[in-house]
Design a protein around this ligand. Sequence first.
Ligand SMILES: Nc1ncnc2c1ncn2[C@@H]1O[C@H](COP(=O)(O)OP(=O)(O)OP(=O)(O)O)[C@@H](O)[C@H]1O
Ligand SMILES: [Mg+2]
Length: 468
Amino acid sequence: MKNKNYIKVMQNILHLLDEGVHVLDKDGNSIIYNDAMSNLEKMDTKDVLNKPFAEIFKNLDAKDSTLLQALYNNKSTINKSQTYLNKDGKKIATINTTVPIVDNGEIIAAVEVAKDITEMQEMSNKILELRKEIEQPNEVKELKIKKYRFNNLIGKSPNFRAVINIAKKAAKSSASVFIYGETGTGKELIAQSIHFDGVRQNKPFLAQNCAALPETLLEGILFGTAKGGFTGAVDRAGLFEQANGGTLLLDEINSMPYELQGKLLRVLQEDYIRRVGGSKDIPIDVRIIATVNEKAETLIKQGKLRSDLYYRLKIIAIDVPPLRERKEDILILADQFIDKHNQRYNKNVWMLSDKAKEKLMSYNYPGNVRELENIIMAAISMTDDENVLTDKQILIDDSNNAVKIDYGFSEIGVDKYLENLEKEIIKNTLITYQYNITKSAEYLKIKRQTLQHKMKKYNLTQATDNKS
Ligand SMILES: Nc1ncnc2c1ncn2[C@@H]1O[C@H](COP(=O)(O)OP(=O)(O)OP(=O)(O)O)[C@@H](O)[C@H]1O
Ligand SMILES: [Mg+2]
C-alpha cells in the first residue's frame, strides 16, 4: 500500500474509535486528533490538527502535559485518571494513557489515548448511594435481602462439618477470613453466616465482587472519594466507611488489580483509609472476608494474588470442598431444595425415585450446590401433579461428567496418583450404593472380596452421622 493510502486508512480507523486519540510528531505538532478526542475536549479538529501543541494549549505548563512529557522526557503515563470541566462547564472524567513512540532509540512521536469514564463515574456514585440506602433503610422500606445463618447451611459430610466448625469459630472473632471454594460451593452463605451469627451481627455486612468493576471505580467504591480528587470530585464514603464496625466481603479478590491489592494490604495493616484524592486519614474497623474460586497457591504463582496480602487475609483459612467430594450431602440437599421449590412453584413433590437418586449421586457437579439446586428446581417446575420425581425429570448434561481429580500428579508420582484415583472411585461408588457391597462390587466389576480388601486398605468405612 502507498504511504498516502496507509495514512488515509489509519485516519478512518481512528475516527471510528470510542477512545480519544491525540498524536504529536517529534516536533510537537498534532498529526492525529480524532473525533472522540475532539468531543471530549470540545475542541475543533481543525483548530488542533497540524498545529504546534504548545501553541494550542498555551496555558498548560510543559511539565503538566503528559504528551510533552512523553515526547521530550520519554515518560509514559498509564491509566491516569483526570477530571476537568469542558467548555460547556460539564465535568468530564477520563482515563489517559500517554506513551512515547521510539524508533532506533529516537523518540519520533507521542500518543495519548483517552477514555471517557464520566458515565462509569456517575454509575459508581450511584452504586454507593444505592448501597447506603440498602444498609440504612428508612422505616418505610423493609430490608429485603435474605440473611443466611449457620442453620441455613445444609450438609452432614465430615469435610463440610469441619468447614462449618472453623466458620463458627471465626464468627466469634474479628480476624480476617480467606475462603477458597469452587463456584457454587456456598462461600457467600458461609461468609454471611460468619457475620450474622457472629460478634458483628448488628453492624453492616457489605459485599463487593472485585471482578465486576474496573480498577479506578473499584478503588473509589472501596475507599470513597474526596472533593477535588481526580476521580470522584464529590465527597463520598466508600464501602470501608459504610461497613465500619461490620464486615466487608470481597469476592474474587484475585480480580482486584495488583496495585490495589497493595493498597488494601496497607489499609489492613494500618487500620485507617484515605479517600481517593483526599488527605485525611479516617480510622476504620472492618472485618474482611475474602473469597477466591481457584487455589491461592496457583493464583500467587500466576501473579494474580499478592502473597503478602494472602498471608494477611488467611488468618482464618476456609477451604470449602466441592460437592463431588461430599457426595453424602447430595440427597440431603436435594430434599431441602425439593421443599423450597415445592413452595415456590406451589407443587407437591414428596420424594425422588431410586433411579433419580442414582442419577443425582453419579454426577460430578462442576457447578456444585448451585447446579444441584438448579437441576431440582427445573425438575419441580416441570411436574404436573405427580408426587415422585423420576430420573426422566432429572436433566443432567453428562458430557462434562468425566472424573475430575486434581491430586497434583507431578508432585506425588504415578503410583500414588492411581491409588488416590482408585480410592476416590471406590468411595463414590460406595456412597452411591449406600455401602451395599454386592451392588458396589457389581458396578465396579470386581469381586466382593477384592472390594472389601480395598475398603480396608483405603480405610473406607461408612461415615457416621455428625450432628451439627
Ligand atoms: N450448604 C448449603 N446449604 C444450602 N444451600 C446451599 C449450600 N451451599 C450452597 N447453597 C446454595 O447454592 C447457591 C450458591 O451458593 P453461594 O452463592 O454461596 O456460592 P459461592 O461459593 O459464593 O459461588 P460463586 O463462587 O459462584 O460466587 C446458594 O444460593 C444456595 O442456594
Ligand atoms: Mg459467591
